[in-house]
Design a protein around this ligand. Structure first.
Ligand code: GLC
Length: 477
């Protein structure tokens, strides 16, 4: 029997282009589904994508799409990478930019057209490939749900996954005609939002199924606190909404085989040589002290303000802290000011995948004080590498990190959790971590538990597969 065809569309996919966790999911979820489905992944061929390195060939085809009254030609490129099919669409306005979406903290003015065009291209590919399922991700591809729902000649069913409700693809009203969307969709039930066009609503309102990346976040976004203004709209579509937690690719993130590490390892003990080496490279001293790491984008969401407030007091305690990331420039000097006064704080501004792996291997604790977190992946990676996460218990962090006191009862990774998003609560959690570390056996029990916790895609990929089957009805069995 033929496998059902899935077209997985995302605006970023690891390793070709990445600004956040969406790219990791774009790599690892299709991989986890490949046994049961015939999956192709499609993304824009940004000019920053390394065509040579990934043997991207083409153009293998080209086709036209209508963007409002304008005809645009889209070229198709392809690569077989790690035995999977990746499709890339190229069109100059979409692809020839320095950044994917805009400079840090900003979006390009014509993002509605750029990603509207991508959504039309995805739709045409689904038609040509006779896809059974089109899996759309975040606002950049959301419009395809509306286009497909509106086109009776298209039989594909759509799944729309919200990776982050805070980024909605909100544009001035004129985007409607620029994108060639019928005025009848410009309503409260449709994609109108305070007299503007909201592309996220196209995904929520028109897809056959809507998911978000953890069960807790699926509940949270129905509330005023986390709903980013769309809680009412989501409530209306609640019966089609579910939460499926992300997993991580445990082949790519495996302390046992990781080529970036000085010495791969199977138990928390094996971390020590990696820790010593990392400390040396970072110019930090004393492997006897606990090492706390933070890895991530410097944005408001990640709790950077809270972290910065607590950081001087944390760094004054007996520990080492290492931070890897970049983001809103306003945060950089504030980190530097703390590091100047505290030589046990090491900063690395930028992103370096291999360095991140070495830090997970070296770390005793991971700091993740996000204000909200749809899922979060770093806490799972850290756990898998035998570190203990310190997390604000929201969204996916609450689903994937159980309080350490419940370690015996749960197969989930465990860590130190706190409920209030305040510097005081973070500091208290930090002190709990120091206490845990002083009891070497207790820390090692937690780290061992975490290395064995299931953070893979296994169960969640099955949940997506069941959802694909459910919405396909008789079309896919
Ligand atoms: C976004 C969310 C993050 C999630 C990731 C992948 O980056 O902020 O919580 O893990 O998408 O779904």
């Amino acid at each position: 029997m033929r496998k059902p065809k899935v077209l997985f569309a995302a605006s970023e996919v690891y390793p070709f282009a990445k600004t956040g966790g969406l790219a990791d999911v774009g790599y690892s979820l299709p991989k986890a589904l490949a046994n049961a489905f015939d999956v192709a992944v499609v993304m824009p061929l940004y000019h920053t994508v390394d065509r040579q390195k990934y043997a991207i060939e083409g153009p293998t085809d080209s086709f036209d799409v209508m963007l409002g009254s304008e005809r645009r030609t889209v070229s198709l490129y392809e690569s077989r990478y790690e035995e999977r099919t990746y499709l890339f669409v190229y069109e100059p306005q979409l692809c020839d930019r320095d950044y994917l979406y805009g400079p840090p903290g900003e979006g390009y003015d014509d993002n509605a057209e750029r990603f509207g065009l991508f959504s039309y291209a995805v739709t045409e590919l689904a038609r040509a490939m006779q896809s059974d399922i089109v899996h759309l991700n975040d606002w950049q591809t959301a419009l395809a749900a509306l286009i497909i729902a509106d086109d009776e000649t298209l039989k594909a069913r759509t799944v729309y996954t919200i990776h982050n409700l805070a980024y909605q693809g909100d544009f001035p009203k004129k985007a409607l005609s620029a994108l060639g969307i019928d005025k009848r969709h410009f309503t409260l039930e449709g994609i109108e939002y305070y007299d503007r066009v909201n592309l996220m609503k196209a995904g929520i309102g028109y897809a056959d199924a809507v998911t978000t990346v953890s069960p807790t976040y699926a509940e949270e976004i129905l509330t005023h606190r986390f709903g980013c203004g769309l809680e009412g709209y989501l409530e209306k579509h609640r019966t089609r909404l579910s939460g499926i937690a992300n997993g991580i690719d445990t082949e790519h993130f495996s302390p046992q085989t990781d080529k970036s590490l000085l010495r791969p390892y199977k138990t928390p003990r094996g971390k020590l040589s990696n820790k010593k080496r990392y400390l040396e490279d970072a110019g930090l001293e004393d492997a006897g002290l606990p090492l706390f790491i933070f890895i991530g984008r410097f944005t408001w969401q990640k709790g950077i303000d809270m972290l910065l407030e607590a950081l001087p007091q944390m760094a004054a305690l007996p520990c080492n802290i290492a931070i890897l990331g970049e983001g809103e420039p306003r945060y950089h000097p504030r980190f530097e000011a703390v590091a100047e006064a505290h030589p046990n704080l090491h900063l690395f501004f930028g992103y370096d995948e291999a360095l991140a792996h070495r830090m997970y291997a070296a770390a005793d604790f991971l700091l993740m004080p996000s204000l909200f977190e749809p899922c979060g992946l770093n806490q799972m990676i850290a756990a898998h590498y035998g570190a203990v996460p310190i997390v604000h218990a929201v969204g996916g962090l609450a689903d994937t990190v159980a309080p350490i006191t419940r370690m015996q009862e749960t197969p989930t990774a465990c860590g130190i959790t706190f409920d209030e998003a305040t510097p005081e609560a973070l500091l208290a959690a930090f002190e709990t971590a120091l206490e845990l570390y002083r009891d070497a056996k207790a820390w090692s029990r937690a780290a061992t538990h975490n290395m064995h916790a299931d953070v893979s895609w296994g169960q969640s990929a099955s949940a997506y597969a069941a959802l694909y089957r459910k919405i396909s009805g008789s079309a896919v069995k």
